[in-house]
Design a protein around this ligand. Structure first.
Ligand code: DQA
Length: 145
């Protein structure tokens, strides 16, 4: 079956409990369900992987080269995740970077990104809605099989 990769980096597995004033109260399971519902119209399924370490995220990318596209929230690895960047550079399909918060409205250390220049597109600051919009973008970008 056709699939998209939903990849979340460090500290995103505890969404709902993690600084809800910044990241909201939706859990990662809520986000997974919303994305899955969105892409079901094309018969796509979602391979959702959240890992705390960069190496495991790289494995997840390498293991899913057959996905039609990806939605990636790298978390703080955005700033200096050079190995993650290299893995994403080899990902053969469109991928959308998502951040729940508007990182550019926050601390200055969050303003640099080694990841974003490679993304097909980027959505930040819209909370969980950003993931659904990224799914919408993939639905429109990925050609019908
Ligand atoms: C985040 C923003 C990052 O700066 C932070 O380290 C995260 C979450 C976001 O979704 O807003 O882990 O990627």
């Amino acid at each position: 079956m056709s699939s998209i990769l939903l990849l979340n980096g460090p500290n995103l597995g505890i969404l709902g409990r993690r600084q809800p004033e910044i990241y909201g109260t939706a859990t990662l399971a809520d986000i997974e369900a919303a994305v899955a519902k969105r892409v079901a119209e094309r018969g796509w399924e979602v391979v959702s992987i959240q890992r705390e370490s960069e190496g495991e995220l790289i494995h997840a990318i390498q293991d899913n080269y057959d996905a039609l596209g990806a939605i990636v929230n790298p978390g703080a690895l955005m700033v200096a995740g050079w190995s993650l960047r290299d893995a994403l550079a080899s990902f053969p399909r469109p991928w959308i970077e998502v951040h729940l918060s508007n990182v550019w409205a926050r601390e200055s250390f969050r303003h640099e990104s080694v990841i974003s220049p490679l993304a097909t597109g980027l959505i930040a600051g819209l909370g969980p809605l950003g993931y659904e919009l990224a799914a919408d973008a993939l639905l429109r970008i990925v050609p019908a099989a």
